[in-house]
Design a binder for this molecule. Structure first.
Ligand code: GAL
Length: 426
């Protein structure tokens, strides 16, 4: 089940990055003191608005208490799942203008930055901050490359969750508490909602469609073969992948027509507002239901994507120390707060995720989050495609392009499957 990757040491890229970094380093006005620049920290994320910003704000509040002498500079760039932030970050890194710290997903996405020598080994901070035993061994494993650790995880999110509006389901004559054991069973319910004129399944722009796709692949293939898609053990050209893509096509047929112009909060809002019955979304959606003041179980429900019960489709946001950061001391202060039990409790309670630390206080966490804590501890864990755990950014970008072509009618299913196989290097 474990992915193994062959590490390519990009020595030339490393040298180039270091050279560029040493010639620059303004980083939005945070540097320039010639030392560790510990008075400010530019934190680059995509948590620019709404409940995601509220999560960041909760973390900043703890940061301000723990490090009153370091000014937080918000470098957030809007766009769910880093859809705009990642490109901009890449340009800045290549221009030798890194922020002091940035958000990156644990797993394959982090590997890109490591291979390009864009981030520092921060293993010593694990000793300094006493983090080594604070995180689950499996997570530390996913963060460790050749004995080194390059980031500190802020959270753990689950990507294979369906969120539902009970009133819309009842209006369609469905049992609002029903869970569906397979995509096929679920499709029968989607047909019933369609009869009412409401949107059966809300979705938004391409990355949310890829999030849906990964859960359908997981449902159809099972966790082992799903992980095999990323290790090379599962054949992308196989008939089980074809069956999954057929399901994906069917599900997309139940979605809202305005999807490509929306981001995730809009799609989740359609369920909150009773325009749509279901939304497949990572559990940052929990924060939207909570913010709307809805009661779990009565005003909204949640369950694993049909066919994926017992599997936790995992991703973790983590923070890094870029090579050439103008304010490494400021970055270290931020990383200390990110890794602290207080920081993890405040941030995750607001964000819908669960702490990466096993000792953070979660007693006040919402009902959904309690289910996630339970699932993460006991279920099979697989890596999210849409959120950087399963593949490098370049592969995800190709998969996203192929998905967008398919869902906008610019390619047929056979072509889509071929393009996915090509993206994965088959
Ligand atoms: C994910 C990220 C989450 C959340 C989501 C939607 O990639 O890990 O924290 O921000 O995107 O933007």
């Amino acid at each position: 089940m474990k992915r193994t990757r062959i590490l390519s040491v990009a020595a030339a890229a490393a040298a180039l990055t270091l050279t560029l970094a040493s010639c620059s380093g303004d980083g939005g006005g945070t540097g320039g003191d010639g030392g560790g620049g510990g008075d400010k920290v530019e934190v680059f994320t995509w948590w620019a608005a709404g409940t995601e910003k509220a999560g960041l704000d909760a973390l900043v509040e703890v940061f301000d208490e723990q490090h009153p002498d370091v000014e937080f500079v918000n470098g957030a760039v809007a766009g769910g799942a880093g859809s705009a932030a990642k490109d901009l970050l890449q340009s800045r890194l290549q221009a030798g203008d890194p922020p002091d710290t940035f958000q990156a997903h644990a797993g394959a996405e982090l590997q890109d930055y490591i291979d390009a020598a864009q981030i520092e080994d921060i293993s010593d901070l694990y000793d300094e901050f006493g983090l080594t035993d604070a995180f689950p061994a499996d997570l530390i494993d996913r963060l460790t490359v050749d004995g080194a650790i390059y980031s500190i995880p802020a959270n753990i999110h689950r990507a294979n969750v369906v969120w539902a509006n009970p009133s819309v389901l009842e209006e369609a004559g469905l049992d609002a508490d029903a869970e569906y054991s397979s995509i096929d069973e679920w499709i029968t319910a989607l047909e019933a909602v369609e009869e009412t004129g409401k949107t059966p399944l809300s979705v938004a722009t391409t990355w949310t469609q890829v999030n849906l796709l990964e859960t359908v692949l997981l449902a159809e293939l099972g966790p082992e073969a799903y992980e095999g898609l990323w290790s090379g053990d599962t054949d992308w050209a196989g008939s089980d992948v074809t069956a999954a893509l057929e399901d994906f096509e069917t599900l997309m047929g139940f979605t809202n027509g305005d999807r490509d112009g929306l981001d995730w909060p809009d799609a989740t809002q359609q369920v909150i507002d009773g325009q749509a019955a279901f939304n497949v979304m990572g559990d940052w959606a929990e924060a939207s239901f909570a913010e709307a003041g809805l009661e779990p179980g009565t005003d909204y429900t949640f369950f694993p994507v049909p066919g994926t019960d017992g599997v936790f489709d995992f991703l973790a946001d983590s923070f890094v120390l870029p090579v050439g950061a103008p304010s490494p001391d400021g970055a270290k202060a931020w990383l200390e707060t990110v890794g602290s039990a207080e920081g993890q409790t405040a941030f995750n309670q607001a964000k819908g995720s669960i702490p990466a630390r096993t000792d953070a206080d979660t007693s006040d966490f919402a009902e959904y989050q309690q289910t996630a804590i339970e699932s993460f501890a006991n279920d099979t864990i697989v890596s999210s495609l849409a959120h950087g755990a399963a593949t490098p950014v370049a592969v995800l970008n190709q998969i996203s392009d192929a998905t967008s072509k398919f869902t906008t009618g610019a390619s047929d299913l056979a072509t889509y499957q071929e393009e996915l196989a090509a993206a994965a290097g088959e």
